[in-house]
Design a protein around this ligand. Structure first.
Ligand code: AMP
Length: 567
């Protein structure tokens, strides 16, 4: 697709003409015309320049301890990590899996891996041994950065099978604890602080993000260095980053939002990046917003709904006057939440929409226009979005009438579009029809061009903003000796969006009782981790199936949505 073709959608007359080439010119590129590397744009060009002594990342540790790293220090630390990879013999394109608490080592590993030409593959810390090992096996050869605690509970149970893990670096081990489990700090001490980023083709693989599917195991979405154009452009146009901004994205880097907007985009744009190392706590979060003078805040509806439960007085003690923009992503943001924030925080929350596959924000309530409550916003500059419906011949047509529901589609070819699902070309191809990428989300467009979320077109569950694939959960449940078969769906929940609920058919002779229910919940948690394990289990005599014997999760979901329970 040509650049002029990528100019902003015909329906988006309020945008000036937009060309990705202009965005590219605003970035550095590797010195000597050696290509484009995300880590150069995020780290070295600030570390080497006038901004070297400025804070790059500031971590909020336990209590009110604060640790920060300047742009120059981040450059040196990431250089060291790139040299660690070299010393370990990691090949270009090798994987650097990171399953870690939000400690500095995570951020240094992510950016150091990108510098080296390795591929950063984040794994959510609340994933148990099963999702972790299936993802690493799919991802291929590489090393893992993790903590001793996570290593023992997530990796050791399957270590023998994980032959593709060549070395493990432990962020909290003072010394090596075996031939292949090494101390991160010792490895860093042995590595030099100078490193020259090798030539990087913008199409070189940079990031591997795992995302749940409905019908099979998790997919590995591949992103390339070219995606930095979107990381930068969205920082500029969506988050309106200005040189003195302090930005806090509350998402964990185990999810795509936490990688792109919790690490890359703010650094590329040269704003201070705040990281909280601790779990959600409303008083703590408000203290961070106040003490750090956060100017731009990116969070999620689950957190906002928790805030909404608190009395308005709770917020009066905090001075949030420096905050100028609040954004949300990941789940529907109700108009009530927007009205609440306007009243309580003095700012209307701006919803944004994107996915693992899109690599960056695609639709947003941009700061340049009024917030439309209950709507995700409009396509950002450079992106064309439409509501489409399937035609008989496997194609799609754009829905002409505003207000009509259909699938949300994006005109393919933007820089951060995923390039493949690793090793699964058929699954990838199914995401496209002609020129359109099909998101799997149902939505509608109003007469003013704003998009409204309607729901998912498949069985994927969104719980507390996180994707859970029913197949992955069912596969684990079905391995329990008492379980004949199971079906997993999302039960609507006012606080976390959906609760993971399993319908379970037992083998003859196993009574459906509470002991077994607890046993199953514990068993699933141990294998899947808290991020994906079902919170509720309902025993059922028979699962609904079609004539071909396929389980009809939709019927169970509809039943849950209607609030009917037979248990
Ligand atoms: P993930 O790939 O894990 O980032 O999840 C992407 C999915 O989250 C989308 O396909 C949507 O179903 C959902 N999502 C993201 N943003 C929004 C939003 N603003 N409103 C409603 N759902 C959203």
């Amino acid at each position: 697709m040509s650049d002029s073709d990528m100019s902003v959608s015909e329906s988006e007359a309020h945008f000036k003409p937009f060309f990705w080439e202009d965005i590219r010119r605003e970035l550095d590129g590797l010195p000597g015309g050696k290509g484009l590397n995300i880590a150069h744009e995020a780290v070295d060009r600030h570390g080497k320049g006038e901004r070297g002594d400025r804070c790059a990342i500031r971590w909020m540790k336990e209590g009110d301890e604060v640790v920060e790293m300047s742009c120059k220090a981040l450059m040196e630390e990431t250089n060291r990590f790139a040299n660690v990879l070299k010393n370990l013999g990691v090949k270009k394109g090798g994987r650097v899996y990171v399953q870690s608490e939000r400690v500095p080592e995570l951020y240094v590993s992510a950016l150091g891996a990108l510098k080296y030409g390795a591929v950063f593959c984040p794994l959510f810390p609340a994933y148990g041994p099963d999702p972790v090992s299936s993802r690493i096996q799919k991802g291929g050869d590489g090393i893992l950065v993790t903590s001793e605690k996570l290593y023992k509970s997530r990796i050791e149970p399957n270590r023998e099978r994980l032959t593709c893990l060549k070395k493990i670096l432990l962020t909290d081990a003072a010394t090596d604890i075996g031939d292949d489990a090494l101390s991160f700090s010792q490895a860093m001490d042995r590595a030099a602080s100078r490193f020259e980023i090798p030539p990087t083709n913008p199409e070189d693989m940079a990031l591997l993000h795992f995302t749940s599917g409905t019908t099979g195991p998790a997919k590995a979405a591949v992103h390339v260095h070219e995606a930095v154009l979107v990381h930068y452009a969205t920082g500029k146009h969506v988050f309106d980053f200005r040189p003195d901004d302090v930005f806090w994205c509350t998402a964990d880097p185990g999810w795509v939002t936490g990688t792109i907007y919790g690490i890359v985009s703010p650094l590329v744009c040269g704003v201070v990046d705040i990281v909280d190392t601790q779990d959600f706590d409303p008083a703590r979060w408000l203290s961070i917003l106040e003490s750090q003078k956060v100017t731009v805040w990116y969070t999620a509806p689950t957190a906002i709904r928790r805030f909404m439960r608190l009395a308005p007085d709770f917020f009066r003690k905090y001075d949030l006057s420096h905050m100028r923009l609040i954004f949300s992503v990941g789940e529907p943001l109700g108009a009530d939440a927007v009205a609440w924030s306007q009243k309580t925080l003095g700012l209307a929350i701006r919803d944004t929409w994107w996915q693992t596959e899109t690599g960056g924000v695609m639709i947003a309530n941009l700061p340049s226009s009024e917030v439309k409550a209950g709507f995700m916003g409009k396509p950002i500059p450079g992106i064309r979005a439409a509501i489409v419906r399937k035609t008989g011949e496997g194609g799609v047509e754009v829905v002409a009438e505003p207000g009509e529901e259909g699938e949300l589609a994006l005109r393919k070819g933007w820089p951060s579009m995923f390039r493949e699902y690793l090793g699964e070309p058929e699954r990838y191809e199914k995401c496209f029809a002609g020129d359109w990428y099909l998101s799997g989300d149902l939505a509608l467009r109003d007469p003013d061009g704003f998009f409204r979320y309607v729901g998912r077109d498949d069985d994927i569950i969104k719980t507390a903003g996180h994707m859970v694939g029913p197949f992955e959960v069912e596969s684990v449940l079905n391995e329990h000796a008492a379980v004949a078969e199971s079906a997993v769906v999302g039960r609507p929940d006012p606080m976390i969006g959906q609760v993971v609920k399993a319908f379970v058919c037992l083998h003859a002779g196993r009574g459906p009782d509470d002991d077994l229910r607890f046993e199953l919940v514990g068993y699933a948690r141990k294998r899947l981790g808290t991020a994906a394990a079902p919170r509720e289990i309902e025993f059922i005599d028979e699962l609904p199936k079609n004539n071909a014997g396929k389980i009809l999760r939709k019927l169970l979901k509809e039943r849950e949505t209607a609030g009917v329970s037979r248990d």
